[in-house]
Design a protein around this ligand. Structure first.
Ligand SMILES: O=C(O)C(=O)C[C@]1(C(=O)O)C=C[C@@H](O)C=C1
Length: 305
């Protein structure tokens, strides 16, 4: 659980880590579980800002990747298309966190007053059934993060909505960080075991990640694959055959190139239990990349961990 005052006790040479802010987001809590007092936390406004801020001065970041109820975090996969990922910045690890959402309001606001619900689009998607049943007439408005939704409730009404008729979906932690808010309902997520997986990213592939407890070596890799511009239609089975490693997930996003439906694919691969020690994992992944190249598929390793 997040424990913000301890951040003050950091030694000055601790590295910095960017997270989706403001303080009190789930990204902040997930990072704190993994890094505790071993990093300085730097809040960023959007997930894109987390990626874009990575540099030798701000070498670490945490980004939400997938939720067990609502699926892939689209914003993250859109950013993983960027050339700088796999060249300057890399995925270095992962962490899972159970997500328990609350409906938070300004003090004394009642459920029947609510006409608008603010939150990150992932959180809105994870609470669909609750919203339909309890505030069916309320409009839903996506915000940069769950904690920024809560903070907006403290803004004056001039911001385009009335905070006395608005609720935020966020963690209960925000009520101890922003005064004047209270929890109306808790445990409002649809999935029984609502969990979000986060990627830990770093600027440069070699910089030592300051885990408080180093995770066991997982032998995973994320590979971005794009059909070569000269090749014909994309054939998923060709890529799967060429990779020839177990694939735990495949994501697909528009590549934004001029050729219609020439999408970019993200393959997360892993080492089969028992086969880990035959060939070093790093070599296995590079051999897969070479096979993809031979199959006319342009690929980039976005991370090996
Ligand atoms: O808005 C936050 O609190 C976040 O950290 C982002 C995020 C996400 O994008 O998935 C993280 C965990 C929850 O799934 C909801 C929102």
């Amino acid at each position: 659980m997040l424990n913000t005052p301890s951040a003050l006790a950091l030694c000055s040479d601790a590295p910095t880590l960017a997270f989706l802010g403001p303080p009190g987001t789930y990204s902040h809590q997930a990072a704190f579980d993994v890094f505790g007092d071993s990093v300085h936390y730097v809040a960023k406004q959007t997930i894109a800002d987390v990626f874009e801020s990575l540099s030798s001065e701000l070498p670490f970041g945490i980004i939400p990747q997938e939720n067990s109820t609502n699926g892939s975090v689209i914003e993250t996969y859109n950013l993983l298309r960027c050339r700088a990922i796999g060249r300057d910045s890399f995925v270095r690890g992962e962490t899972n966190m159970p997500i328990n959402h609350s409906l938070v309001v300004r003090q004394n606001v009642k459920l029947e007053d609510i006409e608008l619900v603010l939150s990150h689009e992932q959180a809105l998607g994870q609470c669909r059934a609750f919203l339909k049943e309890h505030v069916p007439k309320a409009s839903l408005k996506p915000t940069d993060s769950t904690a920024s939704a809560a903070r907006a409730l403290l803004d004056p009404p001039s911001k385009g909505f009335d905070p006395l008729k608005t609720a935020a979906i966020c963690s209960t932690v925000v009520t101890s960080l922003f005064h004047g808010l209270e929890v109306l309902r808790t445990g409002i997520q649809d999935g029984e075991s609502n969990t979000t997986r986060f990627y830990i990213v770093s600027y440069g592939g070699d910089v030592l990640v300051p885990w408080i407890t180093p995770p066991p070596c997982q032998k995973r890799a994320l590979i971005r694959v794009l059909p070569a511009s000269s090749s014909g239609a994309w054939d998923t089975s060709r890529a799967i055959k060429a990779v020839n490693l177990p694939i735990s997930r495949i994501d697909r996003r528009p590549s934004l190139c001029s050729k219609t439906f020439r999408d970019v694919y993200f393959l997360e691969v892993y080492a089969e239990a028992g086969q880990e020690n035959d060939v070093p994992w790093f070599d296995c992944v590079n051999q897969a990349v070479e096979r993809l190249r031979q199959a006319s598929l342009e690929s980039t390793v976005l991370g090996i961990w």
